[in-house]
Design a protein around this ligand. Structure first.
Ligand SMILES: Nc1ccn([C@@H]2O[C@H](COP(=O)(O)OP(=O)(O)OP(=O)(O)O)[C@@H](O)[C@H]2O)c(=O)n1
Ligand SMILES: O=P(O)(O)OC[C@@H](O)[C@@H](O)[C@@H](O)CO
Length: 445
């Protein structure tokens, strides 16, 4: 691997050489990514990511730095790590955290089973943190298992909603242009105040954009820029694309990003992030009952009602439950007809505990008991049903939220229809809200 910068040492020399590099190397990189180069026996260029996570989150207004603030009892940074590590072509992820948060970060990596993560000490500013991450990737670091990538993604650790498509776009663009970054339309107009605090001028909003993340760079470009960077820029700068332009004369390609790329900055952003995550994990629901699909069964009628409340409702007789768990379904409705015991529900809970499905997200299990309150002494049934509280307390330790729902059955057709409709509404609300305050409760439809 050629050392950098080749020959020259000053900014001007480095800038000229970079321009030379751009033409030959970028064309080769572009063809590699397109797959055209693959036939030529070239290997796909390596991509790594640097996540600055060393901030204090002052604007969040809480003692915990926002990257460690919990969303559904899991630190925000873990969602961002999950988003990046599931992208197979990102080979290394370097996270910059403060020394005092290093142990906490290691615990998060272990608890949520994150892979391919390296930690470096952050700096007193975001740029310094990013620079430390780049140094860890540069080949000239002793005892470092990391290798220098061709392209490096820079992404704030507090931007959890990043998808593979925008990562691929910025990386592809960076290979061709040397730098690339996600942008979004401005929501508010940018104005420039005069020294006496009055309006000096405003920028035409339609002609400007907000710079977001992810960004991507040819590693040599951004590493060179940081090495040439002034102390002032390291201290007060907020824009990596600007460093590539100022120190390497590289004009970044701008990529229109999706609305979800926003940075968690204020407390309201945490609430918004939690709402988005809840919505995403509530899409799939699995109704488990021990009958065949074509059998006339009150559970199938409940399932039909659920389809009016939730998008994707799967039904299983239990045999293919393992596959559904593997498909990352986080919501289960266990239908029990004419029984007040939880035997079948407990089998489901055991499977879920063994699957480790609930490591990343809380899994909701709703045990629906269709009961004829008048058939046997109601007190005896209630005694059985109240076991749900103890079950719920136990499985909560494994991040499984267990709720109970009683449906009086059989009853006359019109009342049963109303009960099933109400039951479906309750089930949808429990799934969407994932309120741990209601676990172990027996709700009545
Ligand atoms: N010295 C710093 C400052 C910030 N960051 C990281 O840069 C990202 C974006 O910065 P920002 O939103 O400003 O985070 P904070 O500086 O923590 O927020 P605040 O300005 O409200 O204190 C965050 O992931 C933050 O952890 C960093 O790695 N090192
Ligand atoms: O300035 P802050 O440290 O709040 O956040 C950094 C942001 O400026 C940065 O992520 C984007 O603007 C893209 O550069």
């Amino acid at each position: 691997m050629e050392s950098w910068p080749p020959g020259g040492s000053g900014p001007a020399e480095a800038g000229r050489r970079l321009r030379d590099l751009r033409g030959a190397d970028l064309a080769a990189s572009a063809s590699l990514l397109s797959g055209a180069g693959a036939e030529a026996g070239c290997s796909a260029p390596a991509v790594a990511a640097v996540l600055p996570a060393g901030g204090s989150g002052e604007r969040m207004g809480v003692p915990t730095p926002k990257q460690f603030c919990p969303i559904l009892e899991r630190p925000l940074i873990s969602y961002t790590l999950q988003a990046l590590e599931r992208v197979s072509w990102i080979k290394d992820i370097v996270v910059a955290v403060t020394g005092e948060n290093m142990e906490a970060m290691k615990c998060i990596i272990q608890r949520y089973q994150h892979k391919g993560i390296s930690l470096v000490e952050s700096g007193v500013t975001r740029h310094r943190s990013i620079f430390n991450g780049l140094k860890a990737l540069a080949e000239d670091q002793p005892n470092c298992r990391l290798s220098k990538p061709e392209v490096v993604i820079i992404h704030d650790a507090v931007r959890p909603f990043v998808e593979e498509d925008v990562l691929l776009k910025v990386v592809t663009a960076a290979k061709e242009h040397g730098a690339a970054g996600a942008i979004r339309p401005l929501v508010s107009t940018v104005i420039s105040p005069s020294v006496d605090g009055c309006l000096d001028h405003s920028l035409e909003r339609a002609r400007h954009r907000a710079s977001e993340m992810p960004q991507a760079f040819l590693f040599d470009v951004i590493y060179e820029a940081y090495q040439q960077c002034s102390d002032y820029d390291l201290e007060f700068g907020t824009e990596c694309l600007h460093l590539a332009l100022k120190y390497c004369h590289i004009k970044a390609k701008l990529i229109e990003g999706s609305p979800d790329l926003w940075k968690v900055t204020y407390k309201r952003d945490l609430y918004a992030a939690e709402s988005i995550i809840k919505e995403r994990i509530s899409q799939q629901i699995c109704v488990v009952m021990d009958t065949k699909e074509d059998e006339e069964h009150v559970g199938h009628r409940l399932e039909e009602m659920l389809k009016n409340e939730l998008n994707h409702v799967k039904v299983t007789s239990g045999r293919d439950l393992q596959q559904i768990i593997l498909e990352q379904c986080y919501n289960f409705v266990r239908v029990n007809v004419m029984t007040s015991d939880f035997e079948e529900t407990q089998k489901l809970l055991n499977m879920l505990e063994e699957s480790n499905l609930s490591i990343l997200y809380p899994v909701v299990v709703i045990s629906v008991q269709f009961l004829d309150y008048e058939s046997v002494p109601f007190g005896q049934k209630m005694e059985n049903l109240m076991q749900i509280r103890e079950f719920a307390k136990q499985v909560k330790k494994r991040n499984i939220l267990l709720y109970g729902l009683l449906v009086y059955y059989p009853q006359d057709e019109q009342k049963l229809q109303e009960s099933l409709r109400h039951g479906a509404t309750i089930i949808a609300a429990l799934i969407k809200e994932r309120n741990s305050g209601l676990i172990g409760q027996l709700l009545v439809a």
